[in-house]
Design a protein around this ligand. Structure first.
Ligand code: ADP
Ligand code: MG
Ligand code: MG
Length: 252
């Protein structure tokens, strides 16, 4: 049983003839946590964008299957409805839109596209309060406009709450290059760990090993120059932490 299968994925920018992904192979089973590490510019974020269906990229070869369906043929909204969730790279600020409204709209859009009934206001409130409490998120944050004036840590926490509400099957987390401070990182890790389950998988993209001190991955992949060049257990992340990418990428 596989959740996500990426086979020989080649991607270039739509605007120019620049190959970015050059044959990515990756299989994620239900319940597994995979981490992708790698030097800046190696194609980690591009991988996450292509999985989420962001504009601007053209798949020139290869396949992506999500629960037996061709993911690449699905619209971004269909992917979200199917259970693919991309978090973190650039959390948007939405002035004027309260967090509760945003969450309810997102949740009901998802339910609608799955052919499910919308939640009543009361049921939604009950659910969001319970989820927030279980993630130790202050109910006060629910009333504020989405991400406006949030600290870095609050934005992360908010994304974790979105994730908890939408109950995705595959959560893709793409940490920004600048990384997180230690407290924000712990929050993210606690949130992810709370949401881990035998049916839910995670693809955690990070430039640093630190996050993986708190989220224990089943498999670690090293990406370089548009390909996954090495895969292993958590020890691979430690190797990067101690020795950098030099030795791992020598001869690749
Ligand atoms: P990573 O996340 O591993 O740092 P990215 O996926 O962001 O790597 O980028 C991979 C390569 O593709 C880099 O060389 C980057 O400059 C290039 N790239 C990605 N997106 C764009 C874009 N929209 N326009 C120009 N170059 C891009
Ligand atoms: Mg980058
Ligand atoms: Mg990146």
């Amino acid at each position: 049983d596989k959740m996500l299968t990426i086979k020989n994925l080649h991607v270039k920018l739509e605007e120019e003839d620049k190959a970015i992904l050059k044959g990515v192979d990756l299989v994620i089973k239900p319940g597994e946590v995979h981490a992708i590490m790698g030097p800046n510019g190696s194609g980690k974020s591009t991988t996450s964008y292509v999985l989420a269906g962001r504009d601007g990229y053209e798949v020139t070869d290869g396949e992506v299957e999500f629960e037996g369906e061709n993911l690449l043929e699905m619209e971004p909204e269909e992917r979200a409805a199917a259970g693919v969730f991309l978090a973190f790279q650039y959390p948007v600020e939405i002035p004027g839109v309260g967090n509760l409204t945003f969450l309810r709209t997102a949740l009901n859009a998802q339910r609608k596209s799955r052919g499910e009934e919308e939640l009543s206001a009361a049921d939604f409130l009950k659910l969001v309060r319970a989820r927030a409490a279980s993630l130790k998120i202050d109910a006060e944050m629910l009333k504020r406009p989405v991400n406006v004036g949030f600290s870095g840590g609050e934005k992360k926490r908010n994304e974790i709450l979105q994730m908890a509400m939408l109950e995705p099957k595959l959560c893709i987390l793409d940490e920004t290059d600048s990384g997180l401070d230690v407290d924000a990182m712990k929050l993210v890790a606690e949130g992810v760990n709370a949401l881990r389950s035998p049916e839910r998988s995670f693809l955690v993209i990070t430039h640093y090993q630190r996050l993986l001190d708190h989220i224990k991955p089943d498999v670690v992949h090293i990406m370089a120059n548009g390909r996954i060049v090495k895969s292993g257990g958590p020890e691979l992340a430690l190797e990067v932490e101690n020795n950098g990418y030099g030795d791992l990428l020598a001869g690749v």
